[in-house]
Design a protein around this ligand. Structure first.
Ligand code: FRU
Length: 493
């Protein structure tokens, strides 16, 4: 048996033991055991492919493989066999994160080889490699690997997560890196043929406040501007900002190809919940820039480990740019395919205290619009997934103009609140996506998003609107019961 077959066997066995209480209904997740970053996002021959960091042998992180999912519509996903297994001379200890491109009609994955030298001292080296597939399912590692054997001279050993794209006659690659002085940065390479790479230089680096290592870079044009997405490690918490162990965010500005100069503004977090990291994007044939993140955080509590699996990916989200160069993030249009039944609970009504929509459904989309201009309340919001001891609260303070996601009673020991400033103006619109163990909040059409895992016990359900210290005007309160896309998936039974 080869390494991929072995891993597939292990997954089949592990899949039989998975406890379903927190299994996702419409999010990407593993058949069993561990996943982290999304990798290799691409629309290839009309289908969307999502690969991901995967340890098929255990519910904890370990030697990284690449798991594989594909979809025609970004909503209904199909598990495919594992695409990459580690263990060759150049990727001895892991096939770390990377990206995908169409290469002479084939599907090529560009990934980091992780190679342990001394586990106890955490001494390792990392390089960049390529694997190619003719059918989009079975991948062969190139004989030229590693295509980039080592980082530039002034670099520390962190050298990973290549994102590759084509522009005019050349291929380009950004890589996450750390300088010898432990300054987080992104470096750029160029190649005429995807195999021979020339180092161009540093694209951007920390000004001293943005951490020691920048993971999972992505660099693209969005509505005439250049965006560098990064997942920095080592940023200090600062008020409501940078509350998670690591962050994902962006620098936005203008890029001069001739000089490799990227003039950009300050770092902004892309999401404000507890669980959002290692985001990557793809450009699809409709011209949409679609982002997907890992919906967890390193070192966080993951109760599903006890159930034989851990890790999920966010809904695919479309990125657009507002006039003031703020990135807006909204679920892709296709998310509407998930809607089974629509419940228009109320419209244009005054709310004083609370109003409960009883439902025993677990997979929900909820839309609530508060008419802020017509509210005397100090706070207004929504309570979900609990009626007694448990609850997850989305609360807007009209006095502070702060949106809060309160997960302190959502079934986890450690998670508390996350806040984001949002000047709602006349209206606050909340679009919530609730799955068995996650919530994604899209506020005011993507101006702020908050993404977190929650672990409520079964049987505590319902959607409750509330106003505190005054009345609130509810312009709309609608919910949809969503489909379970995994029901009937043989690979999960
Ligand atoms: C980000 C990351 C990447 C790395 C991968 C390993 O979460 O640390 O930098 O390639 O995960 O699984």
């Amino acid at each position: 048996m080869n390494r991929i077959q072995q891993a597939e066997e292990a997954l089949k066995k592990a899949g039989k033991k998975v406890n379903h209480r927190y299994r996702m209904g419409y999010h990407m997740m593993p058949r069993a055991n561990w996943i982290n970053d999304p990798n290799g996002l691409i629309q290839y021959k009309g289908e969307y492919h999502v690969f991901y960091q995967h340890h098929p042998y255990d519910e904890n992180w370990g030697p990284m493989h690449w798991g594989h999912l594909k979809s025609r519509d970004l909503i209904h996903w199909e598990h495919l066999p594992i695409a990459l297994a580690p263990g060759d001379a150049f990727d001895e200890s892991g096939c770390f994160s990377g990206s995908a491109v169409e290469y002479n009609g084939d599907l090529a994955l560009i990934y980091t080889g992780h190679n342990m030298i001394d586990e106890e001292k955490d001494d390792f080296y990392q390089n960049q490699n390529i694997a190619v597939s003719k059918d989009g399912i079975v991948f062969e590692k190139m004989k030229e690997n590693p295509v980039i054997a080592e980082p530039p001279e002034d670099s520390a050993r962190h050298f990973r997560d290549p994102k590759v794209w084509r522009h005019h006659e050349n291929w380009y690659m950004v890589v996450g890196n750390s300088s010898k002085e432990n300054v987080g940065r992104v470096i750029l390479y160029r190649s005429p043929n995807l195999v021979d790479w020339e180092y161009v230089g540093v694209l951007a680096q920390s000004d001293g406040n943005l951490g020691f290592m920048w993971e999972c870079p992505d660099f693209f044009e969005l509505d005439g501007k250049h965006v560098l997405l990064i997942s920095p490690q080592g940023i200090e918490a600062d008020g409501d900002s940078y509350q998670n162990l690591y962050q994902t965010g962006y620098l936005i500005g203008d890029y001069d190809e001739e000089t490799n100069e990227f003039v950009h503004g300050s770092f902004k977090e892309l999401d404000h919940g507890h669980d959002f990291y290692a985001v990557q994007t793809l450009l699809d044939d409709k011209g949409r820039r679609i982002a997907i993140g890992w919906m967890d955080m390193w070192e966080s509590e993951m109760p599903t480990k006890a159930d034989g699996w851990s890790g999920a990916l966010t809904l695919p989200r479309e990125l657009t740019l507002r006039d003031d160069h703020k990135i807006l993030m909204n679920p892709v249009e296709e998310t509407k395919l998930l809607r089974k039944t629509e419940h228009r609970v109320c419209a244009n009504r005054s709310l004083s205290g609370s109003y409960l929509a009883k439902t025993a459904e677990e997979l929900l989309e909820v839309k609530v619009v508060f008419d802020i201009a017509d509210c005397s309340a100090q706070t207004a919001g929504v309570r979900i997934r609990g009626l007694e001891k448990e609850e997850t609260i989305i609360r807007y303070s009209l006095t502070d103009q702060k949106l809060t996601l309160d997960c302190s009673a959502s079934g986890k020991e450690r998670d508390g609140v996350r806040n984001v400033q949002i000047e709602a103006g006349e209206k606050l619109s909340l679009r919530l996506f609730i799955d068995r163990s996650s919530i994604e909040v899209f506020a005011n059409h993507g101006e702020a998003t908050m993404t977190s895992r929650i672990y409520p016990k079964e049987g505590r359900l319902g959607i409750e609107l509330f106003s505190e210290k005054g009345d609130a005007r509810v312009e709309e309160f609608t919910y949809w019961v969503l489909k379970d896309i995994w029901k009937g998936d043989e690979s999960l039974e």
